[in-house]
Write a protein that binds this ligand. Structure first.
Ligand SMILES: C[S@@+](CC[C@H](N)C(=O)[O-])C[C@H]1O[C@@H](n2cnc3c(N)ncnc32)[C@H](O)[C@@H]1O
Length: 254
């Protein structure tokens, strides 16, 4: 069992986000950069689909994909009154097919779980098949601008939602430099209104470095790079050597 099998605890652990503001930003991003009118939005690794309600209220149709059934069931339950109802698909991000092409895609919180270059190509192939020409793919925190081994990357954070207190401790170590593979040990202590639980999750992830990402996109014939920005702010393109919080990147299907 991992925290993804307890969606309420997962949501409490990530309750630091301002979901309404993020959905508004997604909407602005579409208006500013999409070459096509956007009706459907598609979230890779959607988990409990935290932005679905806000995006549907802005007139979008929501489609989400995740590998974890519990997260999808929770997403369905949380959003059961939405109209149109969200479409939720259980699949692996490195190999999926959608029944209908979507107009915009996004992935949040660095949730690109691709452990090889082959897996990365397979994901972008799947996405390319699913996204209309002129549509955008928005990537939150997926490109490794900061040194993952820096001391401040190993930190402890506290969050609370609905009486659930969560202490998250992150510890990262390099396990294979040639493959750019890191292991992140995420220890979560839950105090759910007096009931205590502890999870320790070990996630192995391949870092995607900025110049590698640019080259990867340049070498494909189906996407072009639009830009990258720090701290979810289109006024702050990433240049130079200042601190980078929550980087976003944007590419377009051509
Ligand atoms: C950090 S959560 C992000 C959830 C949601 N997007 C959000 O913003 O809260 C990562 C999600 O990735 C999913 N996931 C992990 N590996 C996956 C894979 N190979 N394919 C699809 N989803 C995957 C997990 O089940 C989990 O729900």
């Amino acid at each position: 069992m991992t925290i993804y099998d307890y969606p309420e605890y997962y949501e409490a652990a990530f309750s630091f986000r301002d979901i309404q503001a993020e959905a508004m930003f997604i909407d602005q991003c579409i208006k500013k950069y999409s070459d096509i009118p956007v009706k459907s939005v598609f979230e890779v690794a959607c988990g409990s689909a935290p932005h679905a309600k806000e995006l549907v209220s802005k007139g979008y149709e929501y489609v989400g994909l995740d590998i974890n059934r519990n997260m999808l069931d929770h997403a369905m339950y949380q959003n059961k009154n939405l109209n149109p109802a969200p479409k939720l698909i259980e699949a692996d991000m490195s190999n999926f097919r959608l029944e209908q092409k979507i107009d915009f895609a996004y992935v949040m919180l660095g949730s690109l779980y691709l452990d090889s270059q082959k897996g990365m190509s397979a994901h972008f192939d799947s996405l390319s098949r699913s996204l209309k020409t002129g549509g955008l793919y928005f990537l939150d925190w997926c490109i490794q601008f900061a040194d993952p081994m820096a001391p401040d990357a190993r930190n402890t954070v506290f969050n609370e939602a609905n009486g659930i207190n969560v202490e998250s401790k992150f510890n990262i170590r390099l396990i294979d430099p040639a493959e750019q593979m890191y292991e992140e040990i995420w220890t979560v202590k839950i105090n759910d209104n007096g009931r205590h639980k502890k999870f320790e999750m070990i996630e192995r992830n391949r870092a995607i470095f900025p110049q590698e990402f640019l080259l990867f996109i340049e070498n494909r014939t189906d996407f072009e790079f639009v830009g990258w920005w720090r701290d979810w702010d289109f006024n702050q393109p990433i240049t130079g050597n200042s601190a980078i919080a929550r980087p976003i990147a944007l590419i377009k299907k051509i």
